[in-house]
Design a protein around this ligand. Structure first.
Ligand code: GLN
Length: 196
């Protein structure tokens, strides 16, 4: 099993580490591949889009030709996990910030997102949220986190916080507004690997 982590910018090392821990817990000898250029995604059995700065990530992904490869993989039902900025990129609809910065989204999930829905960097926080598909309370770290404000009919909301949806799934695409790679708990990474 090959899992590609888009390694252009952002929380890459944390995801690689969490994926390796999860593979070890499963006794699975999978391979984690940092993706910095085109040509690698088509060989991957799953893709992770880490958090970071979504405007920068989007610009570089399209420039490198990685964005189209991810869209093709999604069309073939390859599991894709997007966390935080990665959630923004998976969306079909953005907000006034994505419009102002002319951010091109991947249009993989029928969701409408709001960037920085929970405020700025100093308003980052950790809290327990209820995610029934992984058995309940999960420690979620929110850092300049986006949120999902609307889901299409094919999208299943998996968790909420306040007025927003913070985790959702559409087919094999999984979007999380928080950072599961920053906590010890690997249940969401296991949930993702179960899709492969
Ligand atoms: N607010 C950032 C953005 O929209 C995402 C923050 C993060 O990924 N930690 O680009």
């Amino acid at each position: 099993m090959k899992i590609g982590v888009i390694a252009i910018q952002g929380n890459v090392a944390e995801h690689v580490n969490a994926l390796e821990r999860t593979l070890a817990e499963r006794n699975d000898r999978g391979e984690i591949i940092p993706v910095r250029q085109s040509g690698l995604v088509p060989d991957c059995d799953a893709i992770v889009l880490p958090g970071g700065e979504s405007t920068t990530l989007a610009r570089l992904m399209w420039k490198e030709g990685i964005a189209e490869e991810i869209q093709n993989a999604a069309a073939l039902n390859v599991p894709i996990l997007g966390t935080c900025a990665g959630l923004v990129l998976l969306a079909k609809h953005g907000d006034c910030q994505t419009t102002r910065t002319k951010q091109r989204l991947l249009d993989i999930m029928d969701i409408e997102v709001r960037r920085n829905a929970y405020g700025r960097q100093h308003e980052s926080f950790e809290t327990l949220i209820d995610i029934p598909v992984v058995g309940g309370a999960f420690p979620a770290v929110f850092i300049r986190a986006p949120a999902i404000v609307r889901c299409g009919d094919d999208v299943t909301p998996l968790a909420r916080l306040g007025e927003y949806i913070v985790a959702a799934q559409q087919g094999n695409a999984l979007a999380l507004a928080f950072h599961p790679e920053m906590v010890e708990d690997t249940r969401l990474h296991h949930y993702f690997m179960d899709m492969i």
